[in-house]
Ligand binder design. Structure first.
Ligand code: ATP
Ligand code: MG
Length: 263
């Protein structure tokens, strides 16, 4: 019975162990340990400067950690190049939306799709039949993703012309082009009006139903409470607590982290 349970024990989709990162003496991450399970939206909260974005930067390969390991989907991916990590299905969005403001929404989506494994420049230049088929499939995928995110009407508009909320949706759309298994979302509803924030929340729920897992950084607590279980709290570069939103909201240690320590 015990052996059986051991064999069937769920393996975490993402496991971070002992991750550290300093910037010129500022300890942004002081040995972070956390696990993210598949099939759910895990929340990641904490006061400004807690290290949440730095954690995403280290997990996604943008910034090398000083120490520690990142295991994703059964493989150690620590210090892999960002495009290789994306290709493995671990895809992040940015706190400040990236992308190309002067290109159309469709072009922005297509550009992210062309960074996929199997896409070789030589095919694109020679316009081989394989490249044309690939491009047609990418366009189809981009249109389908725009459709599900209610961006179809904006496909030919420049990204710069989108509202703040639509830019956030495009950022999620660009990540979806990379066919993620786990999406790392850095404040996807920050500055977005409440109606669109709820709509983005519904999109995230639909993604989970389709088998895409989410790790969500957000300061907007209504969104965290509505979508996330469990929620992880970071403070001062460390994993502080994990639990349901209701448990954490009543936890004095979490409250103190948000209020700031009295010295
Ligand atoms: N590139 C950098 N250079 C220098 N210091 C940095 C850099 N990136 C992050 N830091 C520092 O690391 C600490 C953690 O920052 P980080 O951006 O990860 O926090 P955060 O939890 O995402 O905050 P917020 O909720 O405000 O987005 C802060 O003290 C920050 O100033
Ligand atoms: Mg941040």
């Amino acid at each position: 019975m015990t052996a059986c349970r051991l064999l069937t024990r769920a393996v975490s989709l993402l496991e971070v162990r002992g991750l550290t990162r300093s910037y010129y003496g500022v300890h942004a991450l002081r040995g972070v340990d956390l696990s993210v399970e598949a099939g759910r939206i895990t929340g990641l909260i904490g006061p400004n400067g807690a290290g949440k974005t730095t954690l995403f930067n280290c997990i996604s390969g943008l910034v090398p950690p000083d120490d520690g390991t990142v295991r994703f989907d059964g493989r150690v991916v620590t210090r892999w190049r960002p495009d290789r990590i994306t290709g493995a299905g671990l895809v992040r969005t940015f706190q400040i939306a990236r992308g190309f403001p002067l290109l159309s929404v469709l072009e922005n989506l297509l550009l992210y799709g062309t960074q996929q494994p199997g896409e070789h420049l030589v095919h694109a230049v020679l316009r081989s039949p394989a490249a044309r088929r690939r491009e047609a499939a990418l366009r189809e995928r981009a249109r389908s993703i725009a459709g599900r995110l209610n961006l179809t009407r904006m496909l030919d508009q420049r990204a710069a012309e989108l509202s703040g909320g639509q830019k956030k949706l495009l950022e999620i759309g660009r990540a979806l082009m990379a066919e993620p298994k786990l999406l790392l979302l850095d404040e996807p509803v920050a500055g977005v009006n409440p109606t669109l924030a709820r709509e983005i929340g519904e999109h995230l729920r639909a993604l989970v139903v389709e088998g895409i897992s989410v790790l969500l950084i957000e300061h907007h607590m209504d969104t965290i409470a509505a979508l996330c279980d469990p929620v992880i709290v970071m403070a001062e570069g460390r994993h502080l607590r994990q639990g349901s939103f209701a448990e954490l909201a009543g936890d004095p240690v979490v409250q103190e982290a948000y209020m700031g320590r009295r010295r």
